[in-house]
Design a protein around this ligand. Structure first.
Ligand SMILES: Nc1ncnc2c1ncn2[C@@H]1O[C@H](COP(=O)(O)OP(=O)(O)OP(=O)(O)O)[C@@H](O)[C@H]1O
Ligand SMILES: [Mg+2]
Length: 228
């Protein structure tokens, strides 16, 4: 089985006051293990909606999603939460770190949620902070970090549980290009070193150039673009 994710006939509707908005209209999509894929498309086209479905943060109106061959919405909510915690790492445009906690604590949380003890969680979180070259900022809170540093902490948090799938929604959208490029190089390096399969949502063609496949989303469907 070389497909990590497979989506079949994915549809997503949102209610409007007098109508429904069909954002995804029968998407079929496969992600090979080891793929580093970009999803592009104009604002409002449904990129985040798709990522949220693939990440099990939301459910499709129609269609199915298979993770490692298993239909993810056929299990219980508990199984879904476990899949999300153990196998999927998320990185967002605005980092979404908890402001009251240090970098180390933020990176430790996915391990504590998983049931690891405090000292093991801290040791592994510190190792992960080392992977993003931020161990010296381990005891600092997000408010005192730069945007690029906050995103590095968020990447460490996303990967601390050794997920199989990394989903990044505009990970460089809030950063200048020099910092953004550094973040992408870091994601690319960790993608390879940790054997991840990754999807990066972006508006930016420069970001897409880091990826080995580029999809364009348009009118509810997804098209694979010829290699750049
Ligand atoms: N919870 C919701 N309820 C109703 N409509 C929604 C909801 N979430 C998203 N939408 C609508 O669905 C469409 C797609 O939104 P989505 O956030 O997926 O777009 P996007 O491609 O990620 O855009 P951007 O590039 O601006 O982030 C938009 O028209 C949006 O208004
Ligand atoms: Mg979006």
């Amino acid at each position: 089985m070389n497909k990590i994710v497979r989506a079949e006939g994915l549809c997503k509707d949102y209610p409007l006051p007098k109508d429904i908005l069909r954002v995804l209209d029968g998407i079929n999509f496969e992600l090979d293990k080891g793929d580093f894929v970009a999803v592009m498309g104009v604002s409002g086209v449904g990129k985040t909606t798709l990522l949220n479905l693939l990440g099990t943060l939301d459910k499709p109106t129609e269609g199915r999603i298979f993770f490692d061959g298993e239909d993810i919405f056929s299990g219980s909510e508990k199984e879904l939460a476990e899949l999300r915690n153990r196998k999927i790492g998320f990185v967002f445009q605005f980092y979404h770190l908890l402001p009251e906690f240090t970098s180390l604590e933020n990176v430790s949380f996915p391990l504590l949620i998983r049931g690891k003890g405090r000292s093991e969680a801290q040791a592994r979180a510190l190792e992960m902070l080392r992977d993003v070259s931020l161990e010296e900022k381990a005891h600092i809170k997000p408010g005192k970090l730069s945007g690029g540093e906050q995103q590095r902490v968020a990447i460490a948090r996303a990967l601390v549980n050794e997920p199989k799938l990394l989903l990044a929604d505009e990970p460089t959208g809030n950063l200048d290009w020099k910092t953004g490029r550094m973040i992408l190089e870091l994601i690319q390096e960790l993608h390879q070193r940790k054997g991840l399969s990754s999807i990066v949502v972006t508006h930016n063609e420069k970001v897409a150039q880091f990826c080995n496949k580029v999809y364009m989303m348009e009118s509810g469907s997804l098209k694979l673009l010829p290699q750049l």
